[in-house]
Write a protein that binds this ligand. Structure first.
Ligand SMILES: NC(=O)c1ccc[n+]([C@@H]2O[C@H](COP(=O)([O-])OP(=O)(O)OC[C@H]3O[C@@H](n4cnc5c(N)ncnc54)[C@H](O)[C@@H]3O)[C@@H](O)[C@H]2O)c1
Ligand SMILES: O=P(O)(O)OC[C@H](O)CO
Length: 333
C-alpha cells in the first residue's frame, strides 16, 4: 500500500485539476488557484465548472486561493507541482523566489514566447539551480486522467532523488510514471508536438487524408528530433512517451486543443475567434513563433513549424501552406 503524501498543485486549469483529482484518490492534495472567486466556486460545487466540468472532486482534494497555505501544505516532504501554462510560469516562479521550496515539478509544454526559453531554463533563471526541479510530461488528456483511465508519463530531472520521489508519489492507480534525466529532450518533445498537432488538424480539416496525416506526424517527429538534439536532447527521448507518444496523441485525438486550432484554421476561422472559442490555452500558437525564431537562430531546418507559423501569424491560407510544403525539393529521408 502506497504511503499518503502531501501534494500542492499550483494552477487550476484543466490539467492541474485533472492531476489533482487523480492524485487525491491516494494523497492529501491542495489545489491552488490565483482567482479567489473561482476557488469559492470550486469549493461550493466540488468541481471545476470552468475548466473541467463534470468531474467531481474526491474527498482528498481541497482548494485554496491562499498561496502560503499551498506552500505550507507540502512542508519539506511533500511534492509541489506547477500546472500553469508556460506563460504563467515566470509570474508563478516569482512568487516562489526566496521561499523555502523542497522540490518543484512542472507540467507545462512549450517555449516561453518572449525569450524562446524552455521551462527549465526559466526555472533556473528565476530560482537558481539549488531547488530539485523537473518536468512531468507525456501523452495525457485531462478528461481521460480525471476519469481515471490509464496513462503513462515521464518525469525528467537531473536529480535522481527527485525522480524517485515523483515516481513514488504519482505512479499507481493506472498512472505509470517512467523517468529519465533528459530534461531538454522531454521539454522539446512536449512543446513542438503542439505545433505538429496544429498542422495535422489543418490537414485533416482540409480533407487531405490519412496518408498525409501519417506523413505529417513522421516528418514532424524528424523535425522535433532535429531541434531537440541541436539543443542537447538525446535522440532516443524523441522515440519515447514525451516525443512520439505525445505527438501521436495530440495530432490524432480530437480532445486536443491544438489539433482543434488546426481544424478551425482549415475552416477559415480567424485565429482570435478559434482561441476565444476554445476557452483554454493552445500552447502550439505562441510556441510556433518562439520555435520559428529559435530554429532560425540555430539554423535548424523546420519546414512544418515555419508553415504553421506562416498560417498563424503571416496570413498564409492553409491551402497555400500545403502547396508550398509539397513543392519543396525532394531530399534524403
Ligand atoms: N489539458 C491537458 O490535457 C494537458 C495535458 C498535459 C499537459 N498540459 C499542459 O499543461 C499546461 C496547462 O494547461 P491547462 O490545460 O491546464 O490550461 P487551461 O487553459 O485549461 O488552464 C490554464 C490555467 O492556468 C491558470 N494560469 C495562467 N497563468 C497563471 C499564473 N500566472 N498563475 C496561476 N495560474 C495561472 C489559468 O488561470 C487557468 O486556470 C499547458 O502547458 C498544457 O500544454 C495540458
Ligand atoms: O489539448 P492539447 O493540444 O493542449 O494537448 C494536451 C496534452 O498536451 C496531450 O498530451
Amino acid at each position: 500500500m502506497q504511503a499518503q503524501s502531501k501534494v500542492s498543485i499550483l494552477g487550476a486549469g484543466a490539467w492541474g485539476t485533472a492531476v489533482a483529482i487523480a492524485l487525491a484518490q491516494r494523497h492529501d492534495v491542495l489545489l491552488w488557484a490565483r482567482d479567489a472567486a473561482a476557488v469559492q466556486d470550486m469549493q461550493q460545487a466540488r468541481e471545476n465548472t470552468h475548466y473541467l466540468k463534470g468531474f467531481p472532486f474526491p474527498a482528498g482534494l481541497q482548494v485554496t486561493a491562499d498561496f502560503d497555505a499551498a506552500l505550507a501544505h507540502v512542508g519539506q516532504d511533500g511534492l509541489l507541482i506547477a500546472s500553469t501554462p508556460v506563460a504563467g510560469m515566470r509570474p508563478l516562479l516569482a512568487r516562489l523566489k526566496g521561499r523555502d521550496i523542497p522540490n518543484l515539478v512542472w507540467l507545462c509544454k512549450g517555449f516561453e514566447y518572449e525569450t524562446g526559453l524552455l521551462p527549465h531554463q526559466v526555472v533556473r533563471e528565476v530560482l537558481g539551480g539549488a531547488v530539485p526541479a523537473g518536468v512531468l510530461s507525456g501523452p495525457s488528456f485531462a478528461q481521460e486522467v480525471a476519469r481515471g483511465l490509464p496513462c503513462a508519463l515521464t518525469v525528467a530531472a537531473e536529480s535522481k532523488w527527485l525522480r524517485e520521489m515523483v515516481v513514488s508519489i504519482v505512479h499507481g492507480n493506472g498512472m505509470r510514471v517512467y523517468s529519465c534525466d533528459d530534461v531538454v529532450g522531454v521539454e522539446v518533445g512536449g512543446a513542438v508536438k503542439n505545433i505538429m498537432a496544429i498542422a495535422t488538424g489543418c490537414a485533416d480539416g482540409l480533407g487531405l487524408g490519412l496518408n498525409a496525416r501519417a506523413a505529417l506526424i513522421t516528418r514532424g517527429l524528424a523535425e522535433i528530433t532535429r531541434l531537440g538534439t541541436a539543443l542537447g536532447g538525446q535522440a532516443s527521448t524523441f522515440m519515447g512517451l514525451t516525443g512520439m507518444g505525445d505527438l501521436i496523441l495530440t495530432c490524432t485525438g480530437d480532445l486536443s486543443r491544438n489539433r482543434r486550432v488546426g481544424l478551425g484554421l482549415a475552416e477559415g476561422k480567424p485565429l482570435e475567434q478559434i482561441v476565444a472559442d476554445l476557452g483554454h490555452v493552445a500552447e502550439g500558437v505562441p510556441c510556433a513563433k518562439a520555435v520559428r525564431d529559435l530554429a532560425l537562430r540555430l539554423a535548424v531546418d523546420m519546414p512544418l513549424t515555419n508553415a504553421v507559423a506562416g498560417v498563424l501569424f503571416d496570413g498564409v491560407p492553409p491551402k497555400t501552406m500545403v502547396a508550398q510544403l509539397l513543392a519543396r525539393d525532394p531530399r534524403g529521408e
